[in-house]
Design a protein around this ligand. Structure first.
Ligand code: NAP
Length: 323
């Protein structure tokens, strides 16, 4: 664990003024070599433009330098307004966006261009294909390959520093790898305390992703969309708060630390500045090996949690179920 942690870099590059003094980052495989991705970002799912704007302004004021959004969130205009208002140099922050799955070549380029337009930027740091199929769960190997190839061409024109996927399982990753000329940088999937010992179907083939050099990234790190009572377990539950007492840290801080200590980037969502601050204070302590193991063994909250348990294309597209 110590070795992995030591291998992480700091974001932003030296020489930049203002907060954050040092935000740990992890290396991902970009279109033209390595790219540094901050381990902490602010999530924006389900926020409208106005809430997304104020969340990003608050989070960046507290030192965040990474925002996660998507075409499907319909809040990129708000995110872009916040970024413009902050007046940071473009290289000082990291934007992840996503285009829908299931697009043909021209629709892929058009959707990705539209993200840039809404965000008001010339490029994103990471563009993901949101789903291995369209949101109606219709998709095929051929369609995935067409979309990936079109995304590569789009990114190579300087519009994304890295590209990746979200909700993909092993077989769907293999579809992409068959045709890929640009590395698949990241697979963004649901992952949090409670899923550390879950099987490969729940974890979107975590170990295979890693074996293939694809960075495994957590969404819903606090089990936000999980059904009650699971949705509070990583905030006020006995396991995380009990461990937190030893380190003078809160439940969310322990839950997030368990992820970043493994080199897994997190994008907790909050519209409450005190919560954002709390969620950012996770780089000044280290969980013991024993506590990491306890958190990894936890079977709760929900494995593949809450309403999204069956939403991934790998489970939604019946003919592609991996057995
Ligand atoms: N690729 C995908 O398909 C996908 C799917 C889901 C999510 N995501 C990304 O991942 C991000 C995070 O996931 P998520 O939004 O599902 O949920 P989450 O970050 O796991 O949890 C968010 C919830 O936790 C609460 N919270 C956050 N910090 C807290 C704290 N310190 N104390 C108490 N409550 C706290 C928030 O409420 P308050 O606002 O009251 O703090 C909010 O209700 C998303 O916003 C999105 O960017 C991606």
């Amino acid at each position: 664990m110590m070795l992995l942690w030591a291998a992480l870099c700091l974001w932003p590059a030296s020489g930049l003024s203002g907060p954050p003094a040092a935000q740990p980052a992890v290396t991902i495989k970009g279109v033209d070599g390595e790219v540094q991705m901050p381990l902490l970002g602010i999530g924006t799912w389900q926020y409208n433009n106005s809430v997304a704007k104020s969340a990003v302004v608050s989070a960046f004021g507290l030192g965040y330098r990474h925002v996660d959004t998507a075409a499907a969130y319909q809040n990129q205009v708000g995110v872009g307004e916040a970024l413009a208002e902050l007046k940071l140099k473009r290289q000082e922050f990291f934007i992840t966006s996503k285009i829908p799955g299931g697009l043909n070549a021209s629709a892929t380029a058009a959707a990705a261009d539209s993200c840039l337009k809404e965000l008001g930027v010339d490029y994103v740091d990471l563009m993901l294909i949101h789903f291995p199929a369209d949101f109606g769960k219709n998709g095929s190997k051929k369609e995935r390959q067409v979309e990936w190839t079109a995304l590569e061409a789009w990114a190579k024109s300087g519009k994304a520093r890295a590209i990746g996927i979200s909700h993909f399982c092993r077989r769907q990753l293999d579809d992409i790898l068959e045709v890929a000329h640009v590395p698949v940088a990241v697979n963004q999937v649901q992952y949090h305390v409670g899923m550390g010992s879950a099987g490969r179907m729940a974890t979107d083939d975590r170990d295979y992703m890693r074996q293939k050099g694809v960075l495994y990234q957590s969404f819903s790190p606090l089990c936000g969309p999980c059904n009650p009572p699971d949705n509070k377990e990583l905030l006020t539950g006995a396991l995380v708060t009990g461990i937190g007492k030893k380190y003078k840290k809160t439940g969310p801080q322990v839950a997030l630390r368990w992820l970043v200590q493994q080199g897994i980037p997190v994008i907790p969502k909050s519209h409450v500045p005190d919560h954002m601050k709390e969620n950012s204070e996770i780089f000044d302590f280290e969980l013991s090996e024993q506590d990491m193991t306890l958190l990894t063994k936890a079977q709760h909250p929900a494995v593949g949690g809450g309403p999204s348990a069956s939403d991934s294309g790998d489970r939604g597209i019946e003919e592609e179920l991996v057995v």
